[in-house]
Unconditional design. Structure first.
Length: 199
C-alpha cells in the first residue's frame, strides 16, 4: 500500500507546481461563482422583501369645518417590510390644461417621520382651498391636480427612496350638494400622464 502511494507521489512530485496552480485556479473560479450566486440571492431578496410604497387617490372633499376643500390620498405599503422614515410633500392646484407637465416638489416642503407596516396605509390631505374660492375657480379651471412626493426607507440600504405621484380630477359641472359641500369621489381620480416616477 505504501509502495503504491509512494509510486504515485513520485509521479506527481515533478508536476507539483503545475498541479497547485491549476487547483488554485479552480478554487478561485469556484469562489467567484459562489460570490456571484450570493449576490444574486441578495438582490432577489431585496426585490421580494423590500417595502413598496404607492399612492392612491381618495377624491376631493369638503373639510369637516365646511369652509375648505381638500384633496385626499392614501399612502400604502404593498411590500413585505415596513416602510420607515416616511415623509411627504403634498400640493394641489386648479388648471385649464388637461396635459399639464410641470409639477415641482421642493425638498424644504417634506414633513413627517412615520412608519408604515406591510399592508398598512396613511391617509393624508392636501392644503385647503377655501370653499368660496373653489366654487369660482373650478368654473374657469376645471382640472384639479393633486401631486407630491413620498420619501421612505425600503428596508435595504441607507438611502431613502422617492416616489412622485400626480392625480388629476376633471370637475367640469361638479356642483355642491344641498349642504353646500363638494364631494368628488375617488373613482373620478386619474393617475396623470406626467408627474409620476419612482426609484
Amino acid at each position: 500500500m505504501f509502495d503504491i502511494f509512494w509510486g504515485n507521489w513520485a509521479w506527481i512530485r515533478p508536476y507539483h507546481d503545475e498541479i497547485l496552480a491549476v487547483a488554485t485556479a479552480f478554487i478561485a473560479i469556484f469562489t467567484i461563482a459562489l460570490v456571484w450566486v450570493a449576490w444574486l440571492q441578495m438582490r432577489t431578496t431585496k426585490i421580494i422583501e423590500r417595502a413598496y410604497v404607492s399612492v392612491r387617490p381618495l377624491g376631493i372633499e369638503t373639510f369637516r369645518t365646511k369652509d375648505n376643500v381638500i384633496g385626499l390620498l392614501s399612502i400604502q405599503n404593498s411590500g413585505r417590510l415596513p416602510a420607515r422614515k416616511i415623509s411627504w410633500a403634498l400640493y394641489r392646484d386648479c388648471d385649464t390644461d388637461r396635459r399639464r407637465k410641470h409639477f415641482p416638489v421642493k425638498k424644504s416642503d417634506f414633513v413627517g417621520n412615520n412608519i408604515l407596516v406591510s399592508g398598512g396605509e396613511i391617509i393624508k390631505g392636501t392644503g385647503p382651498i377655501p370653499i368660496a374660492d373653489f366654487s369660482k375657480i373650478i368654473v374657469q379651471k376645471p382640472q384639479v391636480y393633486v401631486w407630491g412626493a413620498i420619501r421612505y426607507h425600503s428596508g435595504f440600504g441607507i438611502w431613502r427612496r422617492t416616489l412622485q405621484f400626480c392625480h388629476r380630477y376633471d370637475v367640469s359641472g361638479v356642483v355642491p350638494d344641498d349642504a353646500g359641500m363638494y364631494h368628488v369621489p375617488a373613482t373620478e381620480g386619474r393617475h396623470h400622464e406626467y408627474g409620476n416616477s419612482s426609484d
